[in-house]
Design a protein around this ligand. Structure first.
Ligand code: SF4
Length: 400
């Protein structure tokens, strides 16, 4: 699902089988997931569906009866047994240790926790996946180390609420390579930063201890990239959304982060057209956007999700208002993004090559952000690219 940002590689045609990792978080995501399943079926034919939407077996079967198997979220054994039922299991004593990896060989998602202690009114993830459960830090680091040894160049740290890592186990001490480590985002980042791969953080709420990872970004230990889903800027709407953050403080925090790490890329997602959103609330959101000068932004029109508390809120907005606000929002952000990218023209930046001619810099997470285009290169290489040109989303340059 693009909304929260994750998709598998789309090189369907040459794959032995395609696993579509779906999301049922909002209606737009359901549609997008069903579209991705259809696309994978058309191009490859052998498709296994997993992820949140997997709990809606009937919905998937009604639309795509040809899928081989459907599993619920995070049921790796069920996914693997479906894979093995349809493909002979390749035996490799090393990669067998690693488990399922739904990405190209040079990057991998590293899930550090499951579930969430928040209760945002538009979201049903906690009711589907429960409260936060952090994976033991030693297990996460071992998986990361295995991935890097197997050739992964970029680790994308994910969970529903990355900065809450360890809250559920009271930051319990675990062990990695014989050393004691607290189950805490900052200690995790310190250790991941020693593995020699790019480390990119997703879904980071601006809790106070997030400030501790910014110096690690400035020192180059982890990528200077922070994906923090703010969702809105009007305190009234944030309250209706039951979001844990306050917009005024967020602006302050962004200023401090940029002062400590001038190269930081900040990405966020927003929902427009939430029930009860007035013209004033929306204007507040636009002025936040102009002030925050975020580097990367995703925007969704609010759509009710079955079972979400927000469905009971009064004053739903008509579809045309939601659409109009989204367009205005995106136009505002495009101008910001274009001017920020223009400042990169003339600079030489490091990219990780995804395929010949296409790479990503520290500012670009796979699938959800822009790309850097150039001639040549090989998937999985780190290369320097001098930037000649920019548009609202992407950069264009020459390999050095
Ligand atoms: S923080 Fe809110 S939106 Fe994110 S998973 Fe938790 S409840 Fe859902």
């Amino acid at each position: 699902m693009r909304a929260e940002g994750y998709e598998t590689s789309k090189q369907y045609a040459h794959a032995d089988l395609v696993i579509v990792n779906t999301c049922g978080f909002i209606d737009a995501a359901v549609e997008e997931s069903l579209g991705a399943i259809g696309e994978a079926l058309a191009e490859n034919g052998k498709v296994i569906v997993t992820g949140c939407l997997g709990v809606k077996n009937d919905l998937i079967r009604a639309k795509h009866p040809a899928v081989l198997a459907i599993t619920g979220p995070h049921d790796t054994p069920a996914v693997m047994s479906a894979v093995h039922a349809h493909l002979p299991k390749p035996h490799d004593p090393y990669t067998d240790l690693i488990g399922v990896k739904l990405t190209p060989p040079h990057y991998a998602y590293l899930k550090i926790a499951e579930g969430c202690n928040h209760r945002c009114s538009f979201c049903i993830i906690p009711s589907m996946r429960g409260d936060l459960v952090s994976r033991p830090i030693g297990e996460v680091l071992q998986e990361a180390e295995n991935l890097v040894k197997a050739g992964v160049k970029e680790l994308l740290v994910i969970s529903q609420d990355t900065s809450a890592y360890g809250v559920d186990v009271k930051y319990r001490t675990g062990f990695w390579q014989g050393r004691p480590l607290k189950t805490r985002m900052t200690q995790l980042c310190e250790s991941l930063g020693q593995l020699g791969a790019w480390v990119r953080l997703h879904y980071v709420y601006p809790y106070p201890h997030v400030d501790e990872v910014i110096p690690m970004m400035a020192e180059g230990k982890i990528l200077p990239y922070l994906d923090a889903p703010f969702q809105h800027a009007s305190p009234r709407i944030l309250k209706l959304m039951k979001r844990p953050a306050n917009a005024e403080k967020v602006l302050e925090r962004i200023r401090d982060w940029r002062a400590a790490c001038p190269d930081i890329t900040i990405r966020s997602t927003f929902i427009v057209g939430f029930p009860g959103e007035t013209e004033d609330d929306f204007r507040e959101l636009l002025s936040f956007l102009k002030e925050a000068q975020l580097d990367r932004v995703g925007c969704f029109e609010y759509s009710p999700v079955e079972g979400a508390a927000a469905n009971a809120l009064p004053d739903p907005l008509p579809p045309e208002v939601k659409r109009y606000r989204k367009e205005q929002f995106m136009r505002t952000q495009e101008a910001i993004s274009a001017s920020k990218l223009k400042r990169k023209v003339g600079r030489t930046i490091k990219v990780l090559v995804d395929e010949p001619g296409v790479g990503r810099s520290s500012a670009d997470a796979p699938e959800i952000d822009g790309i850097v285009r150039f001639e040549g290169g090989k998937a999985g290489q780190f290369r320097d690219v001098t930037i000649d040109r920019a548009d609202e989303h992407d950069l264009y340059g020459r390999l050095q």
